[in-house]
Write a protein of this length. Structure first.
Length: 77
């Protein structure tokens, strides 16, 4: 499943989710169901390991790894 960016119309935040193309998730910040799908910028090939690690740390802070096991979370940091 692809990663999509969403914009919450209630709290005006942008968040990412791995979802089916036809699914609209609730906002993780305020719980509102009024979200719109945004066009995501594709990732350029050849990202350095430091950039990837930084992105994973940010995702962990935002709670995006909440569905991962403890072992997966440890590898993501």
């Amino acid at each position: 499943m692809p990663i999509y960016d969403f914009h919450c119309l209630s709290c005006d935040r942008i968040f990412e989710r791995i979802t089916r193309a036809d699914a609209l998730p609730d906002c993780p910040h305020c719980g509102a169901a009024q979200v719109e799908k945004l066009v995501s910028m594709p990732a350029a090939p050849g990202k350095s390991a430091a950039i990837i690690a930084s992105g994973r740390r940010q995702a962990a802070r935002e709670g995006l790894f909440s569905n991962y096991s403890k072992a997966d979370k440890a590898r993501a940091k």
